[in-house]
Design a protein around this ligand. Structure first.
Ligand code: SF4
Length: 315
């Protein structure tokens, strides 16, 4: 629950934006979904804020005409894959994911030729074309479960090598082959920065996203998806935390837990430009004028949907 003092601290401009967005959502029968990495005012305007898995699950159950997805383009694509009957919009259509752009279907087809008995587990941070040639999707919240459940003893894990290695450690009974992709935001976080933060705040547990490098995961007190890190903070009796993931999550923690203190070991690095593209003006423009509708070829949609549905069947 968001503390009332936080709302009182917002400027008039933000409050006006939030009230205009609220009115437009009702008028247009639209639901706004936002990822935890979005700017905080966009998160506040959203009907639901979550990580990739939560947002994918939520899309399926929405009763509305329009979905406005505030995230990067592969997320809006995923919403369209799951809800073809709805109009899906992204207020900044050029908001891309650097990791999703590191792989395409040809990389996967080559990996399949090299390892013909392996199943392709594709991180949801990928384009529809990449998903379409994969066997099953996963998110950082369910990747271990998916890799354990998938048929066979061999897995081609794409595109994030760091998440892949983290999962491989938890599923030692299977053999993994990795694509060399990575999220530059998490991968560029240097061990020295985390060690400096630990030295400055020796009592604070280190909570890390598995897209970070293995040596950072190894020294962390907890490694998990964004929603799992948020839950850890909510349930913990600690008062201080070092958070190794994108800055939007830390902003959210400050809003939800004003009594706790959060340290970002390297704010310049842990900042995803793609996730920060959507501005309040863009969101209003989309709600008002339908800017940024997502369209997908039906054949591609059907092929890319299958690995997502397989993932969602895993409880
Ligand atoms: S934080 Fe990394 S994985 Fe997430 S959208 Fe940005 S570039 Fe992509």
């Amino acid at each position: 629950m968001i503390n009332p003092a936080y709302f009182e601290s917002l400027g008039n401009e933000t409050l006006e934006f939030l009230s205009k967005a609220e009115k437009l959502k009702k008028e247009k029968n639209a639901v706004v979904l936002a990822h935890f990495y979005e700017p905080i005012e966009i998160q506040l305007a959203a009907d639901f804020v979550g990580d990739s898995l939560e947002l994918a699950r939520r899309c399926k159950d929405l009763e509305c005409e329009k979905i406005v997805f505030c995230g990067v383009s592969f997320m809006a694509e995923t919403a369209k894959l799951l809800c073809p009957e709805k109009c899906v919009f992204i207020p900044a259509p050029d908001a891309g994911c650097l990791m999703a752009d590191m792989i395409d279907e040809n990389h996967i087809l080559r990996l399949r030729e090299e390892h013909p008995h392996a199943s392709v587990v594709c991180y949801i941070n990928s384009t529809a074309r990449t998903k379409a040639v994969s066997d099953i999707c996963c998110t950082s919240a369910n990747a271990v479960k998916v890799a354990s459940a998938v048929e066979g003893d061999e897995i081609i894990f794409v595109p994030d090598r760091n998440l892949g290695r983290f999962v491989a450690e938890q599923v030692p009974q299977k053999k993994f082959f990795f694509h060399p992709g990575y999220c530059p935001i998490h991968d560029n976080l240097k061990l020295e920065k985390v060690l400096e933060a630990k030295a400055e705040h020796p009592g604070a547990p280190v909570l890390t996203h598995p897209e970070c490098q293995p040596e950072i995961c190894a020294l962390s007190d907890f490694v998990g998806s964004t929603s799992q890190i948020l839950r850890f903070v909510a349930e913990s009796e600690d008062r201080e935390f070092i958070i190794c993931t994108e800055d939007g999550v830390i902003e959210r923690m400050r809003m939800l837990h004003p009594e706790k203190t959060f340290f970002n070991p390297d704010r310049e690095t842990l900042f995803c430009e793609g996730m920060k593209k959507i501005t309040p003006e863009m969101l209003i423009d989309t709600l008002e004028n339908g800017v940024g509708e997502v369209f997908l070829d039906e054949g591609l949609r059907e092929r890319a949907l299958r690995p997502i549905e397989r993932m969602l069947e895993i409880k």
